[in-house]
Design a protein around this ligand. Structure first.
Ligand SMILES: Cc1cc2nc3c(=O)[nH]c(=O)nc-3n(C[C@H](O)[C@H](O)[C@H](O)COP(=O)(O)O)c2cc1C
Length: 197
């Protein structure tokens, strides 16, 4: 029991956002990615809706994803304010990862379970993936931004109509040690305890 407690405290506190520029460029074995996805599927849900959906990008598909996002951001390369540097940054970023797990959410049919619960459950699935990747010594990061939530992105990722696209889980071998974590305020500032009516 105590061993588990220390282990989970350590994993939670030392998991970090490690971005694609901090990856070595070496591939992560697919078997590790499968284990990360398996961890996602153990997230809890209200009513077994299991709303998370994932599309895994690797190899050449990463370049296609980069181009898609760069063109969605700036569709007109002839436009006066076209920013080539920004375009190239967006285009090249996905290929810095070994794999990108695009995150989708499909709401269940039960009207008693509102969409917000499905989004909460999907976020729990992502945390499971993130902790698992960290326990494997891999770098990982959840990327969102305005492009992630667009319906065009949802369709590109192959998630069905009505589903939501919730961003990208980048994965790679780390070229750096995990940085020191920081939080702007302690938990006590965010918690109220009630003991009396
Ligand atoms: C839902 C979600 C979306 C995020 N989107 C972005 C993002 O688009 N860009 C970014 O730099 N970081 C993003 N992050 C990562 C946070 O910036 C990061 O988790 C935070 O700085 C705390 O650092 P840590 O993960 O190392 O504890 C996202 C995190 C979450 C949970």
């Amino acid at each position: 029991m105590n061993d588990h407690l220390h282990l989970i405290q350590d994993l939670i506190a030392n998991r970090r956002t490690i971005k694609p520029a901090q990856y070595t460029g070496e591939p992560v074995e697919d078997a590790f990615v499968e284990l990360i996805l398996e961890a996602a599927n153990w997230a809890p849900t209200h009513g077994y809706t299991e709303p998370w959906r994932f599309t895994v990008f690797k190899d050449e598909a990463l370049e296609g994803l980069g181009r898609f996002l760069a063109e969605l951001d700036q569709p007109d390369s002839k436009a006066e304010d076209f920013n080539l540097q920004r375009f190239e940054r967006l285009r090249k970023r996905p290929a810095q990862a070994s794999h990108i797990i695009a995150i989708g959410m499909v709401s269940g049919k039960n009207p008693k379970i509102p969409e917000i619960e499905e989004i909460c459950a999907t976020a729990m699935a992502v945390q499971n993936m993130w902790l698992t990747a960290h326990a494997m010594g891999l770098g990982a990061y959840w990327s969102t931004g305005h492009l992630a939530f667009k319906d065009e992105t949802r369709a590109y990722l192959g998630f069905p109509d009505g589903a939501k696209s919730l961003g990208f889980f980048y994965l790679g071998k780390k070229a750096v040690d995990n940085p020191q974590g920081r939080r702007l305020s302690p938990i006590q500032d965010k918690v109220a305890w009630r003991t009396k009516n």
